[in-house]
Design a protein around this ligand. Sequence first.
Ligand code: NAP
Ligand code: MG
Length: 493
Amino acid sequence: MSTQMSPKVHSFLSKPLQLLIGGEWVGSASGKQFETFNPATGAVLARVAEGDKADIDQAVKAARRAFESGPWPRLSPSERGRMLWKLADLLEQHLDELAELESLDNGKPYAVARVADVPLSVDNFRYMAGWATKIEGSTIPVSVPGDAYLAYTLREPVGVVGQVIPWNFPLLMAAWKLGPALAAGCTVVMKPAEQTPLSILRLGELIQEAGFPPGVVNIVPGFGETAGAALAAHPDVDKIAFTGSTEVGKLIVRASAGNLKKVSLELGGKSPNIVLADADLETAIPGSANAIFFNHGQCCTAGSRLYVHESLFDKVVAGVADAAKKIRVGPGLDPATHMGPLVSQEQLDRVSGFLESGEREGARAVAGGKKLGGPGYFVQPTVLVDVKPEMKVVREEIFGPVVTAIPFRDPQEVLPTANNSVYGLAAAVWTRDISKAHLLAGKLKAGTVWINCYNVFDAALPFGGYKQSGWGREMGRAVFELYTETKSVCTRL
Ligand code: NAP
Ligand code: MG
């Protein structure tokens, strides 16, 4: 693979990139387009039709028609499962192309997209294909005196679903959201992030190739303030699922109040990564580096607060700093690259702002600490020490490759500190002591706790946040709480 775009991707990007509504690719009602950039160079990659409220209205209408009178919710669960499996096969067949699109649009290394983003998306569709035939109610014994009753529950699809996704794992976030919604028999209107619409548009073509009926999946690229807000507020959308910032999550909640649509949110984090005195450093050091530097720190689960027992502090910090210094930063399509650029100028400014604020408040960088010269939105992998709990870099989500390292004396002391955050998405503990690990796991206020590992995701494992990290759980069987209604049916015999 060279740093040049492949002919396949070039030809995809040369086509008009439009909205998918009711099974047709169409321009936006306003005729407007927006640009998507290559974050490694800042150059325009493609122009994409820009959907807004009018297009969201059309897409919701198409999804409503498909739900109320189209074949999708009426297909047998087995047929729905088969189609999801077929889509997974198609993604797998286009692995290279999808990984390249993801790398070009988001900036992540092609090699990473090829082993992580795309295969995890494939897995998710396959796992959810299996669930299509297993979404079941129960028979419920009722204790009403006198007569006999037969009572049971049905799990029905929630209806028309709006899905708003972020730019950090574009295809994978689409898969996490589409897989269960489709398995349950819902129809969908999806708005990709403005920074990364490309892989989702290619996914739309594969959805058509797989044979999904028109209107089952509608894709409306555009901006959050217009298309996203219209979807969240739409009176005919039954449920909205969102992944992104906590700030926008709160806007989604407010927008949803008009028709009290169901809401699920997967939001930010500031996850504590705790290295106890008896940790195996051979795994804890690379694991802690990976916890923050994977995907350039643009992970909602990023292990951005590193707490290390004082006896190991210098050694662990030196190890993570050494790993940071060895990371080769460059364009995602360059095979020598370990870490690509941040996704946008906006994110580069944001992360640089945090680095400056850390420096002003007295934090010291033992690795990195600066943005790199352009073109492209590159920043150095950074390890900060001499930080205080009240500093912005310790409290706020940076969403970049920046970790703050803080020593502690005993686990009693680190637990309240680790839990002292408005977020509660993930946490990790590194130790050889099984009891200590599980006692801490029970007390950490986080939706996921990793022990002697980090950023391990599986389609079968529920994922979501405590506190301001979100509402609801995606993946696993838990996700069907989000995409089904429970109906109780009670018969006097
Ligand atoms: P964001 O604004 O929350 O974007 C996420 C998605 O929401 C995008 O599709 C966005 O559209 C859309 N959106 C924005 N405003 C909206 C509104 N009023 N109504 C409905 N949808 C709306 O995130 P961002 O601005 O890209 O990144 C800012 C920060 O968010 C990051 O630095 C990071 O801290 C956090 N973040 C978290 C995650 C996560 O996985 N939890 C992912 C991404 C970002 P546009 O693309 O047009 O903005
Ligand atoms: Mg935004």
